[in-house]
Design a protein around this ligand. Sequence first.
Ligand code: NAP
Length: 246
Amino acid sequence: MLEGQVAVVTGASRGIGAAIAKRLAMDGALVIINYQGSQERAEQVKKEIEENGGKAALWQCNVADAAACQEMMDGVRKEYGAVDILVNNAGINRDGLLIAMTPEDFDQVVRTNLYGCFYCTKAAARGMIRKRSGRIINISSVSGVMGNAGQANYAASKAGIIGFTKTVARELAGRGVTVNAIAPGFIETDMTEKLSEEVRTAAAQQIPQKRFGKPEDIAAAVSFLASAEAGYITGQVLGVDGGMAM
Ligand code: NAP
């Protein structure tokens, strides 16, 4: 269903991004696996896609670097013809209570999560506007919707992504480009594995379904928003969170 389309997934070497890359490749897209440091894991994702008959390529770049993002999108367009689907998934957390949060912790998280989303979207949008078609899917978080103690930096970056998504959706709606956000709840990845058992148990209690989600749950939502069937959906924030934010 995505045959002939090129998708760039940022932060696709691990976790949710890796699941999204595999799913979009299974749907027929040629997937560009962006990563920052985990080269071996990115290569493993590519290998798995190819073993399943899909198409993938690797692109190392730090999404917090504007010039590198521009270079990545220009390079993908040059080598593969277009960027039809962009999934802004790369993200980090540096959790801590506000009182103890350093400006560096705040800056690093906002730079990667929010600026990274801005840099990649801006660099990809021009080609989509020219083509009068495109899909931009930004990975926000339940923290950006509800707030979460210990995540002032992360929640600010993820709430910023929601405002950014709605604004860009309005700007590009007349150009055939849809822009949506997904707000995952707690998903089983390296990011949540770092949490103590106590925090994980308490977190699960806040979820109506009483369990964490899987990266594939997010990938399924991305697959739908990237599809032709989702052409009349734009500017939305889709919660994939076991009912946590409702
Ligand atoms: P993860 O397992 O920690 O993986 C993070 C990914 O982002 C890795 O592939 C990493 O690449 C990449 N990355 C980090 N900084 C980067 C940078 N500057 N440039 C390029 N890539 C970078 O995280 P995850 O749990 O899969 O989370 C993926 C997204 O979902 C994030 O935006 C996160 O905020 C969001 N999210 C996660 C949860 C959850 O419960 N897990 C909940 C809500 C939202 P390298 O390893 O190659 O550096």
